[in-house]
Design a protein around this ligand. Structure first.
Ligand code: IMP
Ligand code: MG
Length: 194
């Protein structure tokens, strides 16, 4: 285990098993449909890579990079698009693949924005679903794991852009937060969706 990690919340094996289950379910639900998996950069990259290989269908993959305006601890719900989809989605069933849903503000805004492009349907799959009060009510159609309201890293999730490469989901030691002085613009926070 990495020295900065206090506890492994979800092991590599648990992630793999749950991803395979979700993949089977998604393959059943989207059989015969034109499916586009939309991954959000950067956090959802490991998850979408594994999930896509667990879905036995012809599908497409594209990515969006978004950042939410706000201070370091709260997202405002106003999203800036850093990288958009490559093409139109009006002939496609959209499945948004997220790493984690926290306040729900970022995703709520994203769904609103994508709905205006008239996809055949929009659903959400999120590896992690934080158990907390949502600022916006976002329904996760395919939840991976419901987790307590703690800041987690690994398997795509970062703190100050680090720990994304850990193969498991872990809780950071509090000393990591208090010891490291991070410049304001590099703050990793729930408000920054990348
Ligand atoms: P929200 O749902 O608008 O509050 O923002 C969700 C985004 O905040 C996610 O896509 C992550 O990038 C980030 N985030 C929220 N909680 C965590 C966490 O526990 N660890 C790492 N990133 C997080
Ligand atoms: Mg992040």
């Amino acid at each position: 285990m990495h020295q900065d990690i206090e506890e492994i919340l979800i092991s590599e094996e648990q992630i793999k098993n749950r991803t395979d289950e979700l993949g089977k379910q998604i393959a059943e639900d989207y059989k015969g449909k034109n499916l586009l998996l939309l991954g959000t950069l950067k956090g959802a990259v490991p998850f979408i890579a594994d999930l896509a290989r667990a879905i036995d269908l012809n599908l497409e993959i594209d990515y969006m990079a978004v950042a939410s305006y706000g201070n370091s601890t709260q997202s405002s719900g106003i999203v800036r698009i850093i990288k958009d989809l490559e093409g139109p989605i009006d002939q496609k069933h959209l499945l948004i693949i997220e790493d984690i849903i926290d306040s729900g503000l970022t995703l709520h805004y994203l769904v609103d924005l994508l709905r205006r492009r008239n996809p055949l349907s929009i659903k959400i799959c999120s590896l992690l679903d934080k158990e907390r009060e949502r600022a916006k009510n976002v329904v996760v159609d395919y939840p991976g794991f419901v987790i307590p309201d703690k800041f987690v890293v690994g398997y795509g999730l970062d703190y100050a852009q680090r720990y994304r490469n850990l193969p498991y989901i872990g809780i950071l030691k509090p000393s990591v937060y208090s010891n490291v002085a991070i410049p304001e613009d590099e703050h990793a926070s729930p408000a920054e969706n990348h």
